[in-house]
Ligand binder design. Structure first.
Ligand SMILES: Nc1nc2c(ncn2[C@@H]2O[C@H](COP(=O)(O)OP(=O)(O)OP(=O)(O)O)[C@@H](O)[C@H]2O)c(=O)[nH]1
Ligand SMILES: [Mg+2]
Length: 282
C-alpha cells in the first residue's frame, strides 16, 4: 500500500511554527497514545529545542494502559514531561497545570532572579491533524477563559488564551504533518483514522490490523466476532460471515467486513488497544 501527503502545507506550517516558537516557553505536544511515535513529527525536536517540553499522550482512553505507562517512561527518560490524557474529560486537567509549572521551573526561577514576578508561562499546543488539539484547548481553557487579545510589543495578531494566572496559551495550535517515508508509520496513521479513508485500500488495512491484534491481543477477535484466530484473510472471511456482510447474490462483502473491524477498533469497541510498542523488550 502506498500513502501520500501534501508537502506544500508542510513548509508553510513549519515556517509559521518557527515564528511562534519565539514567543513561548513551553511546547505542549499531543501524541496519540495508541501510536505514540508514529503520531509525532520528529521535526518538533529541532523546532522546540531550548524550550520546555510536555508530551500529552492523548486518547489514552483508547490505548492499552500498561503500554501507555511504558511509553510514558520512554518519553520521560528522554527528558520530556509526560501526562496521559483523555482531552474530552476535564479530570486530567488539574494534573497538567501542575506539570506545566514543573516543566517551566527554570524559566520561573530565571524570572525571579531578574526581579520579574508573575509573568505567566506561555505555551503552544502542537500535534498532527486529528490528534485532539482543539479538544484539548477547549477543555483546558474551558468557558471561563478570556482571550487576552493582542499584546503590544509581541507579535501583531497573536491571540492568547489566559488559562489561569500562571499560564497563557497561544490560541492557534500548530499543525505538524506526520512523516511517513516509512510505510509502517503510514499504515498506523491510517488505522487510527488520520489519513482519509478514500485514498486507502480498506481490505489491506484491515488485514494489517488483524495481524497486529492476533499477535499482541490474542483472543480479542475471537471474543468479539466468535471466530477462530487463523491467518488474517481467514479471519476477515469469518467476520464477513458472522456479521452477515454480503453483497447482492449472497457473495461475501470483504470490504464491508474490513470497514467494520476498522471502525470498531477506532471507536474502542474492540477494547483498549495500542498498536505500537516501546523499543525495549516487553
Ligand atoms: N476517545 C477520544 N477521542 C478524542 C480525544 N481527544 C479528542 N478526541 C476526538 O478526536 C477527534 C479530533 O479532535 P480535534 O480536537 O478536532 O483534533 P485536532 O488535533 O484539533 O484536529 P485538526 O484541527 O484537524 O488538526 C474529535 O472527534 C474528538 O472528539 C480523547 O482523548 N479520546
Ligand atoms: Mg483542530
Amino acid at each position: 500500500m502506498h500513502f501520500q501527503w501534501y508537502p506544500g502545507h508542510m513548509t508553510k506550517a513549519r515556517r509559521q511554527m518557527q515564528e511562534d516558537m519565539k514567543l513561548i516557553d513551553l511546547v505542549i505536544e499531543l501524541v496519540d497514545a495508541r501510536i505514540p511515535l508514529s503520531s509525532r513529527n520528529p521535526d518538533i525536536d529541532e523546532l522546540g529545542r531550548q524550550k520546555a517540553r510536555l508530551v500529552l499522550m492523548n486518547k489514552a482512553d483508547l490505548a492499552n494502559e500498561g503500554q501507555t505507562q511504558r511509553w510514558a517512561e520512554f518519553f520521560r527518560e528522554k527528558g520530556y514531561f509526560v501526562v496521559k490524557l483523555d482531552a474530552r474529560s476535564k479530570s486530567g486537567m488539574k494534573a497538567i497545570s501542575n506539570v506545566v509549572m514543573e516543566a517551566c521551573k527554570e524559566k520561573i526561577e530565571r524570572d525571579r532572579k531578574r526581579g520579574i514576578k508573575n509573568r505567566p508561562v506561555r505555551a503552544m499546543v502542537v500535534g498532527i491533524p486529528n490528534v485532539g488539539k482543539s479538544t484539548f484547548i477547549n477543555t483546558y481553557a474551558g468557558k471561563a477563559c478570556t482571550k487576552t487579545g493582542n499584546k503590544p510589543g509581541v507579535t501583531k495578531g497573536k491571540q492568547w488564551i489566559r488559562l489561569n494566572k500562571n499560564v497563557e496559551l497561544l490560541d492557534t495550535p500548530g499543525i505538524l504533518w506526520p512523516k511517513f517515508e516509512d510505510q509502517r508509520v503510514g499504515l498506523l496513521l491510517a488505522l487510527i483514522g488520520s489519513i482519509k479513508d478514500e485514498i486507502l485500500n480498506i481490505d489491506e488495512l484491515s488485514l494489517e490490523l488483524i495481524q497486529i491484534l492476533k499477535e499482541h491481543y490474542p483472543g480479542v477477535l475471537a471474543g468479539r466476532y466468535g471466530l477462530q484466530e487463523g491467518d488474517a484473510p481467514e479471519i476477515l472471511k469469518q467476520v464477513a460471515e458472522n456479521r452477515n456482510c454480503v453483497k447482492k447474490g449472497s457473495e461475501l462483502d470483504y470490504s464491508k467486513a474490513a470497514a467494520l473491524i476498522i471502525d470498531e477498533f477506532r471507536s474502542g469497541r474492540l477494547g483498549k488497544i495500542t498498536l505500537e510498542f516501546p523499543p525495549d523488550p516487553r
